[in-house]
Design a binder for this molecule. Structure first.
Ligand SMILES: [Zn+2]
Length: 328
């Protein structure tokens, strides 16, 4: 059978998986962009507020001296004008009068400076307040737009996961009792499953196979289901599975019951949800089933590891390689 024929499934899980991965990545990217923008806006708002507060303090300080200074200027002006005028009229403006007039012009200059600085500060404060207002308004608009975009992406992502779930159901995979998508089948869960220790992956991070009671990590499961469909077309029946994901407790139990037949608990790929033990002929080295899987499995990311050919010799043990799978 050609690869094209093998791939001819009623539904293309690989394609759905890829779409779901992309949708979720887009959603994640948009959400991150919004968060970054919010952080930036928070920072610039904080800076603006601090600057406004500084300006207010300075303005208040100037306002406090402005009035008394103006009053002094007024008084001095009147005094010196009258005395200066008197001196001028009498024809003898003495040194004291001239000094007094010089003092007055100094005070006047100081007052003018205070007034100028006051209005400069006020203008600056008004400009900043307008800027803050603009920032707030612009930001509200941008956030609304980004929020709408995120919502669209979320809807799309949900829709794809739903199609994927429907495809799985059609292929005979059991979903939750409530008809909810098996969360562990969502392709994005596969990477999160990495965070759990060998044999300690929670149920919500595993995806059921068509073979009842068997589960694998999401990406491995989807690939296995596709492989199973190709196998079914070739042999007229599904792949026989004896074992798939194995919890730590199960690994220990197998290890002590059948020493030498299972990896050291906590070290098996079964505990990562990336390995299956097969029956129905595959367990017999060089059987038609074994040979078929050997030459076709890789197209689905599944392979027979080198060690399993020799030590321990385990024709039934097959593994999923996420690197191979992600190339599909
Ligand atoms: Zn095994």
């Amino acid at each position: 059978m050609s690869l094209a024929e093998l791939r001819r499934e009623p539904v293309n899980l690989t394609e759905l998986r890829r779409e779901a991965e992309k949708a979720s990545k887009d959603l994640e990217g948009a959400t991150k962009a919004l968060e970054q923008r919010r952080a930036q806006v928070r920072t610039s708002q904080k800076e603006l507020t601090a600057k406004l507060r500084e300006l207010q303090v300075a303005e208040r300080a100037f306002a406090q001296v402005r009035q008394p200074l103006s009053d002094i200027v007024g008084q001095l002006y009147q005094q010196s004008m009258s005395s200066g005028l008197a001196g001028f009229l009498s024809g003898k403006s003495d040194a004291a009068t001239l000094r007094a007039m010089a003092d007055v012009s100094q005070v006047v200059a100081a007052r003018d400076q205070v007034l100028a600085e006051s209005s400069r500060l006020q203008a600056e404060r008004e400009r900043l307040a307008a800027e803050a207002q603009e920032l707030r308004a612009g930001n509200l608009l941008a956030e609304a737009q980004m929020g709408a975009e995120i919502e669209t992406l979320r809807v799309r992502s949900d829709k794809i996961v739903k199609s994927l779930t429907q495809a799985l159901v059609k292929l005979g995979v059991k979903v939750d009792k409530g008809g909810q998508p098996a969360a562990g089948c969502a392709p994005t869960k596969a990477l999160s499953a990495n965070e759990f220790a060998n044999g300690l992956i929670p149920k919500a991070y595993l995806c059921p196979l068509q073979q009842p009671g068997n589960e694998l990590r999401g990406d491995a499961a989807l690939a296995f289901i596709s492989l199973n469909e190709a196998y079914r077309r070739q042999f007229g029946r599904p792949i026989c599975v004896t074992d798939s994901y194995r919890s730590l407790a199960e690994q220990q139990s197998v290890y002590y019951r059948r020493p030498g037949f299972a990896a050291v608990p906590g070290r098996s790929n079964h505990g990562l949800g990336l390995a299956v033990d097969l029956c129905g002929g595959v367990q017999n080295f060089r059987s038609a089933q074994f040979n078929w899987l050997e030459s076709n499995g890789k197209k689905f990311g599944w392979f027979h590891p080198k060690w399993a050919y020799i030590s321990p010799f385990e024709p039934w043990h097959w593994e999923y390689d996420p690197k191979l799978g992600s190339l599909l």
